[in-house]
Ligand binder design. Sequence first.
Ligand SMILES: C[S@@+](CC[C@H](N)C(=O)[O-])C[C@H]1O[C@@H](n2cnc3c(N)ncnc32)[C@H](O)[C@@H]1O
Length: 344
Amino acid sequence: MYNIEHNYFPSAGCEFPPPEIGKFRFIDLFAGIGGFRLAMQSVGGECVFSSEWNKDSQTTYFDNFGELPAGDITNISENDIPDHDVLCAGFPCQPFSLAGVSARNSLNTAHGFACETQGTLFFDVMRIVAEKRPSVIFLENVKNLVRHDKGNTFSVIKSAIEELGYSFSYALINAQTVVPQKRVRCYIVCLRDSAVEFEFPDFRGEPIPLNSILDDNVSDTFTISDRLWAGHQRRTATNLARGVGFTAFCVDIEKPANTLVARYWKDGKECLIPQQDKNPRMLTPRECARLQGYPESFKIPVSKSAAYRQFGNSVALPVIKKIAEKIFNHLAEEKKCSLEPIRN
Ligand SMILES: C[S@@+](CC[C@H](N)C(=O)[O-])C[C@H]1O[C@@H](n2cnc3c(N)ncnc32)[C@H](O)[C@@H]1O
């Protein structure tokens, strides 16, 4: 049976079904593999709409949540989106990330909002907010969003949200105290008709070492080839001498890993694990899942390269969960989250 309203296939069975009794409703935009969804479900949220256009990510999403996200958000009318209490969106970050900006500068192509295909997606979020007026907007992006275009990009985002009558609070949070990964991201939470600042949870603490999530016996297929390792070392030496660019090192597994990025699948340079009497190895997709705090039961049904891309693009789940708990408290106080079942 196919339930159009929720795009949900109850008969398919899945690892992470919606809560029996939803306490509030949320939507999952730019859903990827559902990092926001796992976190919001963990505090009793029921997802009433999701959108993700990448086919591989849709596959992973479907296998885990039993729901096929709708495709390109630019083709979906805000009027067709169900009412909801929380709008979640990790809108695409490449147009704003340091790497994305320098790549686009060297190709002489537009970045930020001027990047027509990816830069304007924030305004798709805004047209949905304007129509549906959720209680809370919850956004995630790269830390460079704050500084991009000398702060103008961030000012435009803040003004657009405030003009719709929302408060605007943000925090740059390093996930390294809740996952074994240095990952600083910009989290934005906006409250409707409120002058009150959203108070972000505290993430102070000891960084978690990478060795806490590494497997002992990893197939040699993850060991990088002589050619790749020699190339890494050569380019690293040249660039270090010039003081710029590409560097590839074996990581210190007693410390958190570097930020997992979508391009990791190409050559693994961001996180190479030292091995005795062998070239270093890459992380496995399952280890990448752990690096982002995903549960062991999360299914990875796609190719190795697609899985690396998906986890690199995703979120540090425990960070989203801790923020989700605070959002839940806000909804409960506002009596938006009535603690009554939202489905009869
Ligand atoms: C930064 S990732 C978000 C990942 C997600 N937060 C997660 O936990 O996996 C942005 C996602 O937006 C998707 N995307 C980009 N443009 C889109 C569009 N026009 N419509 C729907 N999805 C889009 C990309 O495929 C990508 O998966």
